[in-house]
Ligand binder design. Structure first.
Ligand code: SAH
Length: 255
């Protein structure tokens, strides 16, 4: 592996034993160079189920530990991960906590940082490509549009209590964690004031070679349930969901 070494590494902040790294949404080459460089130095990597196994080639010497929540009970999962992270950092100077997408976006980063703080352990955060951004890139649909799309909101469809919520707070809203309840999301979106005819685009496994995109309106969003079943998906609603189209040439009044 040559490319991570080709650029100078920004040093980790003094005393940082843990690097939270965003792995990006899929293909291993979407991790940042800094993330790859930190991985190359890692002794232990705690990773989630969503990250690409091909990333393991970037940390061949490290012990890789799968802490994906599927392996833990729902309520105790996060506490067990926090404890494991603290233990690993007490035993090793270079620990990577690898998270899908960006660690700061729906990644339970706050809890894990707090656990490290409480144990007096230093850390740094290396950003990653969040699913909303990978979906925009993969579908070639800019999230902001001059004039029509001035604001973007990243929203989880599920509250921490497990209930579904939808909002209309931005010109473009990208919903995470809505995959299984798209029909209910559609109803909540319309209650929140989105017209049924608003464009809505669903992208599952964004950033992977088998990414799938389907186009809907808010009213027909439930049609996306079957094609995207059992795949991580984001739902983009509003201005950023529209495909880019060249405007038709102006009519020549003399023609
Ligand atoms: N930190 C991650 C989000 C974790 S929450 C990020 O920044 O992307 C998990 C949710 O992210 C999934 O339910 C799904 O809505 C979304 N997600 C994760 N990976 C995805 C992918 N490759 N394609 C589409 N959505 C994805």
């Amino acid at each position: 592996m040559i490319w991570p070494d080709a650029l100078p590494t920004a040093a980790a902040p003094p005393g940082a034993r843990v690097a939270f790294i965003g792995a990006g949404p899929g293909a291993a080459d979407l991790i940042t160079v800094r993330g790859a460089q930190r991985l190359a130095q890692a002794e232990v990597v705690l990773f989630d189920a969503l990250t690409d196994p091909a990333l393991q080639a970037l940390a061949p010497r490290a012990r890789w530990v799968d802490v994906g929540k599927r392996g833990f009970g729902h309520a105790t999962g996060q506490a067990a991960i926090n404890a494991l992270l603290v233990q690993a950092a007490q035993a090793h100077a270079r620990v990577v906590r690898l998270k899908g997408g960006d660690p700061s976006v729906f990644g339970r980063l706050e809890e894990e940082m707090a656990a490290l703080q409480q144990a007096g352990i230093g850390y740094e955060v290396v950003p990653g490509v969040s699913a909303a951004l990978a979906a925009a890139a993969g579908t070639q649909r800019p999230l902001t549009r001059r004039g029509a799309g001035r604001s973007v909101s990243l929203t989880t469809a599920m509250t921490h209590l497990g209930t579904l919520q939808a909002t209309r707070t931005a010109d473009t809203e990208v919903f995470y964690m809505a995959g299984r309840q798209l029909g209910a999301l559609a109803a909540h979106l319309m209650e929140a004031g989105w017209p049924g005819s608003t464009p809505a685009c669903v992208v599952s496994r964004a950033g992977w070679p088998d990414a799938l995109t389907t186009d809907h309106t808010v009213a027909t969003l439930a049609d996306a349930t079957t094609p995207h079943a059992d795949r991580p998906a984001v739902v983009t609603v509003g201005a950023g969901a529209k495909p880019v189209q060249a405007s038709p040439p102006a009519q020549d009044p003399c023609a």
